[in-house]
Design a binder for this molecule. Sequence first.
Ligand code: SAM
Ligand code: SF4
Ligand code: F3S
Length: 472
Amino acid sequence: MERKSVQIPEADLARQREFQDRVRGLFESRAVPPAACVDTFGCQQNVADGQMLMGMLEEMGFSLTQDPGAADVVILNTCAVREHAEQRVFGNLGALTHTKKEHPQQVICLCGCMAQEERVARRIKESYRHVDLVFGPHALWKFPELLFQVYETKKRVFSVEDEDGRLAEGIPMVREKGVKAWVSIMYGCNNFCSYCIVPYVRGRERSRQPAAVLSEVRGLVEAGYKDITLLGQNVNSYGNDLDLGYDFADLLADIDKIPGKYRIRFMSSHPKDATKKLFDTMARCGHVAKQLHLPVQSGNDRVLREMNRRYTRAQYLDLIRYAKSVMPGLVLTSDVIIGFPGETEAEAMDTVSLVEEVGYDALFTFLYSPRPGTRAAQMPDPVPRAEKQTWFDKLLEVQNAMSARLHAAYVGKTVEVLVDGESGEADFPLTARTEGNRLVRLQGEPSLMGRFVNAQITGSNTWALYGRVAEK
Ligand code: SAM
Ligand code: SF4
Ligand code: F3S
């Protein structure tokens, strides 16, 4: 498992920039620039990858569109984490046969985590012949070369070799307009939770150099971004592969020194690697939001062991206790899987009781989905889906009541929020986020967009708070 961080040499990246120019050259004689549509299906890390693809497309002279029918290049940037995510992509791919019939020159690309799965690449090769280019996350940095190859050879191109993965610095990104930005600080995962496909499709953990992350965050703050989320499958193992004696808490502390008014968040944290040092650092650093996403997955020790999570219920609860003790008012969220193979009703109810005990502000809940190639997919799974669904409904009921209760406690308080969007609703036209990332529907002027304001909370429900701008 041990390996050093592998940076892609600058000369190889420069070569990709040459391919960018060559693709741009292909469209030079056209009066209207070519258009590209990038559709992203996955997690924030996939969103960040999609922003890089858009960055490279812009360098190649493409304008960006949301309409696949109007695009010369369509990219489906996919997720493999659950079967449902894959089915959606196959549905979308099917629909693209029509756009391609109307525009036979259209180039259709499938990339992201699904593309890295051997069985998916095979299925595309055999049954989705209108797809021109398939490349996994490992080949993202080579996208200009691969696209050029499609145009040049007029043949289908597959770049899906299994590898540990490398790191590319300096790929341009088209970020969302507004105040939120994502920064990948590391890629890959070494944990091999028994249910999870991610380590197979994203390769081994590799951390970006601290200086590269710091300079990106500094640039974002200077450009006006105010809510910056650091991304990694397990940010708590940041730096392990760099041998610098520098860990995630050190990175947070250094980012915190960047001057300006902004918030830093991060996700995800694996409980097995969460340390008191991390929580102490969070507590001390003014820019670091007092919010923690600490996925627990299950509240039962046997199931946790079968999941290969490498912590117990008691250890998890100890972490939560410590984090709350150094950060009173900490907003907590988590991921939970119900219906892991062999899980009994009593074991699922252990998860429900843990959720009650912790008191999460919100929860991301999933019904177990077998992923071919993972260890759990081989395990006997005798419980019918309908029964798992009843456990799942119980969990939702408990969590929804908890979220509603915690949200109700905000009513009457004044909290600082960052105005980040327009809701389209007449009564509460703005959306905003508290430090803990709770959604606030806000009365106020659109001119407040992108600003920190004090909001008086006047109402709440399970999913959101309601309020109006208070005088500062
Ligand atoms: N690396 C993150 C972590 O360990 O916290 C999680 C990344 S994963 C993309 C997001 C969530 O999807 C996981 O925390 C887990 O709850 C859920 N998940 C992963 N594989 C799953 C599966 N096979 N079935 C159902 N849910 C799954
Ligand atoms: Fe998947 Fe576990 Fe890695 Fe998260 S830590 S990406 S759940 S293997
Ligand atoms: Fe993310 Fe889905 Fe890949 S959750 S890492 S896009 S499998």
